[in-house]
Ligand binder design. Structure first.
Ligand SMILES: [Zn+2]
Length: 313
């Protein structure tokens, strides 16, 4: 296996998801939404739909980080190199969001353990209950569809898995109230979950326990915690920049969040109300950032406004 991206087209066709068979056959491989990318040692990533999945595929151990959605999880589960007939030692959720936990049922059935920070099951349950506000999903069905971690940790979860050492670490409220970064020590790869949206306006989940001030600290602590030459994996990325990168990319994310907080602080000091603050469409100084959804910057600024004006606990 070399470092070039490769496509498991037969598996995607078998799964019959996301693209019809005919559409799939007409697509050149580069257009496939299902891509397995080896990174370092036995660690790689799968991109399909939703948050980037990380995998460890060693001769002596298997691990998975995040699970996307049921359909793409099936594709990923079949395509991880050397996985046929084996049990995954640990599947780890970086946080509770549906595009990272929706495939938990698929991976749970193939894993010895499903691991997450201690806050994740509760946040996942509450988010499913709130699905009724979206009006598209029956909340009872959303709640019933959740598959929760069976192994949780308050601060750090660390295991030797074969010849690899895997550490999941919580650094306080950030993108949600239960984010973990997962380090494959020997491979020197760190899956950051949604602590980094690589040059994208991020989602700040205040109902799910987010804190922009905490997020800035979590990124600084993460940048200090891992080796200089660590390779980082991000939950989401601007297509121009991708979903892997370096320590400096963590600090770009930190700088953006810091600039957003500072900007909103200035607006509040100038007496501007929330509707005026959230009307900004592009953040000055961050031309590389793009909005995955309309008014995504406004949502970030609104969250900053709420955080800065919330009564002190
Ligand atoms: Zn997320």
């Amino acid at each position: 296996m070399n470092r070039r991206e490769f496509i498991v087209s037969s598996l995607a066709a078998t799964a019959g998801v996301a693209l019809g068979r005919r559409a799939w056959a007409q697509q050149p491989p580069a257009a496939s939404p299902f891509v397995f990318t080896p990174l370092r040692r036995d660690v790689g990533i799968f991109t399909g739909r939703g948050g980037t999945i990380g995998w460890l595929a060693g001769k002596d151990a298997l691990a998975v980080v995040d699970t996307q959605f049921p359909d793409t999880a099936v594709v990923c589960l079949k395509g991880i190199p050397g996985i046929a007939g084996r049990t995954i030692d640990a599947t780890i959720n970086t946080h509770h969001h549906l595009d990272h936990t929706g495939g938990n049922g698929v991976f749970r059935a193939a894993s010895k353990a499903l691991v997450a920070h201690a806050n994740v099951p509760k946040l996942q349950f509450e988010a499913a209950k709130r699905a009724e506000q979206g009006a598209k999903v029956d909340p009872a069905a959303a709640v019933a569809a959740q598959v929760y971690a069976d192994t949780t940790f308050p601060d750090v979860w660390r295991r030797e898995l074969g010849s690899e050492i895997v550490t999941a670490e919580f650094r306080g409220p950030a993108h949600t109230g239960g984010d973990a970064a997962v380090h494959f020590e020997k491979a020197n790869v760190v899956h950051m979950g949604d602590l980094v949206f690589n040059r994208m306006y991020p989602y700040v989940d205040r109902p799910g326990g987010a804190s922009i001030r905490g997020w800035i600290k979590a990124l600084e602590d993460s940048a200090a915690a891992y080796p200089e030459d660590a390779l980082f994996v991000f939950g989401h990325g601007n297509p121009r920049f991708g979903v892997t990168g370096k320590r400096s990319d963590l600090l770009v994310m930190r700088d953006f969040l810091g600039a957003a907080l500072e900007h909103v602080q200035g607006e509040i000091a100038a007496g501007h109300d929330k509707p005026a603050v959230v009307a900004l469409e592009n953040m000055p100084g961050f031309p590389d950032f793009h909005a995955p959804l309309p008014n995504r910057l406004g949502m970030v600024l609104g969250a900053a406004f709420d955080e800065l004006t919330a009564p002190k606990a």
